[in-house]
Design a protein around this ligand. Structure first.
Ligand SMILES: Cc1cc2nc3c(=O)[nH]c(=O)nc-3n(C[C@H](O)[C@H](O)[C@H](O)COP(=O)(O)OP(=O)(O)OC[C@H]3O[C@@H](n4cnc5c(N)ncnc54)[C@H](O)[C@@H]3O)c2cc1C
Length: 243
């Protein structure tokens, strides 16, 4: 940024020496927003009042400024129905999800819903069910492997391709309770929308928990970009929806 600012006849020299430090995301978003009006001189909004600056951005709905700030999360211990809901948020997001075709039964895990965890009988039923499912999955995969190996076309395939063909058929019997690890990156504008949709009483409990956790981390990493949210347990609301 410094060579850029130094290239003007106007004195923008002090911009990077603002005595108030901002977290990196807020610094980037504020710079991007101020570039729109070339507000780098003495009369600019200083970092000390960045809170008011971002409140105005939120109130005016200038959400593109928030798109410069991206946060990535590794989410595990969440099941396939959760990821199915999460990946519907395709705008401003990137996902890398564990493949049930490449990954075989050795790393298979299952996730108990909070309702089951809270009830010992339902938890016992869950445990019996996943033991049964894991055993059935293994037996089916073995049967498919043996049957396919008898076919010379299959036997000639690479080991990876063979594994994929077995797994893609065997996974048909896996339930929604199967864990699906996922890495998700989203910009703050997209995260805000996800939080508004999912940190809501209308959302399912697992995705509500994740949305609420993401908000609590955002409040540490980029507090001024989410300072408008009112949090109540695992739900959050804001006067500035869909910025
Ligand atoms: C409580 C709840 C219940 C739900 N129930 C169901 C259900 O029964 N069945 C079901 O199928 N889904 C359901 N959904 C999913 C929901 O319909 C959305 O698909 C999901 O929340 C993703 O949000 P989004 O569409 O805003 O997408 P995002 O990717 O988060 O998009 C953000 C915003 O970008 C804009 N945008 C994105 N794509 C386009 C586009 N193609 N054209 C124009 N503008 C676009 C929209 O303004 C959108 O809101 C449910 C969601 C919730 C929260």
């Amino acid at each position: 940024v410094r060579p850029f600012l130094d290239g003007f006849d106007v004195d923008f020299g002090g911009y990077l020496d603002d005595p108030t430090e901002l977290p990196p995301g807020e610094r980037l978003a504020k710079f991007a927003g101020q570039l729109c009006y070339m507000s780098f001189g003495e009369r600019r909004t200083f970092n000390a009042v960045a809170k008011a600056y971002f409140e105005n951005i939120l109130a005016q709905g200038h959400g593109s400024v928030l798109q410069h700030v991206n946060l990535t999360f590794l989410i595990y211990g969440a099941d396939r129905s959760f990821t199915h809901e999460l990946v519907r948020h395709g705008t401003g997001t990137a996902f890398s999800q564990e493949s049930q075709r490449y990954v075989d039964g050795k790393v298979l895990r299952f996730v108990a819903r909070p309702e089951f965890v809270a009830d010992p009988e339902e938890l016992a039923l869950f445990e019996q069910r996943i033991d049964r499912t894991a055993a059935e999955y293994e037996a089916l995969a073995e049967r498919l492997r043996l049957k396919m190996l008898a076919d010379p076309t299959f036997a000639a395939l690479s080991r990876t391709e063979q594994r994929k063909r077995v797994n893609q058929t065997a996974r048909a019997i896996l339930p929604n309770e199967t864990e699906a690890c996922i890495v998700v990156t989203a910009n703050v504008r997209a995260w805000r929308h996800i939080i508004e949709m999912r940190a809501s009483m209308h959302a399912d409990a697992p995705i509500r928990k994740v949305a609420s956790k993401v908000l609590s981390i955002l409040r540490e990493e980029a507090p001024l970009l989410v300072g408008d949210y009112v949090v109540d347990g695992e739900t959050a609301s804001t006067p500035y929806r869909k910025v």
